[in-house]
Design a protein around this ligand. Structure first.
Ligand SMILES: Cc1cc2nc3c(=O)[nH]c(=O)nc-3n(C[C@H](O)[C@H](O)[C@H](O)COP(=O)(O)OP(=O)(O)OC[C@H]3O[C@@H](n4cnc5c(N)ncnc54)[C@H](O)[C@@H]3O)c2cc1C
Length: 270
């Protein structure tokens, strides 16, 4: 498939990116790793008139730890995050999950900011960010704002991002020493999750169990009131609304969520 015609701006600073986005607003779209946007453009589900290529912005590619918070530049690529020693120590769930996204090619191009902005319920990082109690730093013409992950995923592929805003940073509390677990059930190793579960401590994020990435709130409440892992995991699908589609029925997905939650919680508690 061939995308609709578009023009292309490769920017070299965040300020330049914001200025081009502000100038063209609804007609412009940010291009990061391109691994979700370009397929959508080829299918003509996305038809931006101007692509603002932010990939050169090395200033948005970093991992830092300061005052109990881990800050990750939005253009950090999965491959780099997976191998980053600081992230592995202070946010091991995010580092691990970054290594499970797609295949080598996807991991060398795809970015954490792109994954979150795309807001696909089947993606891995959004659920891991929810379980991590993280937030997103966003810059736009009105300045900077910080959006908790729990308020970011509004619906399928829908976020509160304005067209002239750029995610610049992802923040999570330092999780060094906190137990975590991640389970991703796929047909083939490189596939998207049929269902996935990300656990940090007693927080549980669910992948592909509804229209948005979700928290398994019934499970979390049960754990907080002292339930066993087995009893709490049995509630993992209670607040979810999984789809039935050719790869899996809603019932099968709910079953997977319970089984995978028990496994991820057990790993986190070990
Ligand atoms: C073959 C294949 C397999 C995949 N498998 C998986 C998988 O198993 N798990 C998984 O989670 N994902 C998977 N993906 C998706 C992949 O993770 C994408 O990289 C990710 O969804 C988007 O990140 P990106 O950097 O490529 O963003 P892009 O495709 O460049 O952009 C995606 C969207 O986000 C917006 N955007 C990007 N960056 C920003 C920013 N900083 N601020 C504001 N808006 C921004 C863009 O405008 C666009 O709307 C797969 C993709 C492919 C092609």
């Amino acid at each position: 498939m061939i995308p609709a015609q578009f023009s292309y701006r490769r920017v070299s600073t965040v300020e330049e990116a914001l200025s081009v986005l502000g100038e063209h607003c609804d007609e412009a779209q940010v291009l990061a790793g391109g691994h979700s946007l370009l397929p959508l453009m080829k299918l003509r589900f996305a038809t931006p008139e101007i692509l603002v290529d932010v990939a050169p912005l090395a200033e948005l590619r970093y991992v830092r730890v300061e005052d109990g918070t881990v800050a990750i530049g939005a253009l950090s690529r999965y491959h780099d995050l997976h191998h980053d020693e600081v992230l592995r120590r202070h946010a091991p769930l995010l580092a691990h999950v970054s290594g499970s996204v797609g295949d080598q090619q996807v991991r060398h191009r795809g970015t954490i900011g792109g994954s979150l902005a795309h807001a696909d319920a089947a993606a891995d990082l959004p659920a891991a960010l929810l379980a991590s109690g993280g937030s997103l730093v966003v810059r736009g013409p009105g300045g900077q704002r910080e959006i908790p992950a729990g308020e970011f995923f509004l619906g399928p592929f829908t976020t509160p991002l304005e067209p002239d805003e750029l995610i610049t940073e992802i923040r999570v509390p330092d999780a060094a020493g906190t137990g975590w677990g991640f389970e991703k059930f796929t047909r083939r190793a490189i596939d998207w999750a049929i269902v996935g579960v990300a656990v940090l401590g007693q927080s549980v994020g669910l992948i592909n169990m509804g229209g948005t990435p979700l928290r398994a709130t019934a499970t979390e409440r049960a754990l907080a009131s002292g339930a066993s892992i087995e009893d709490a995991a049995a509630l993992a699908a209670d607040d979810a609304s999984p789809l039935t589609e050719p790869h899996a029925s809603a019932e099968y997905r709910s079953h997977l969520a319970r089984v995978l939650t028990a496994r991820a919680l057990t790993a986190a508690a070990a």
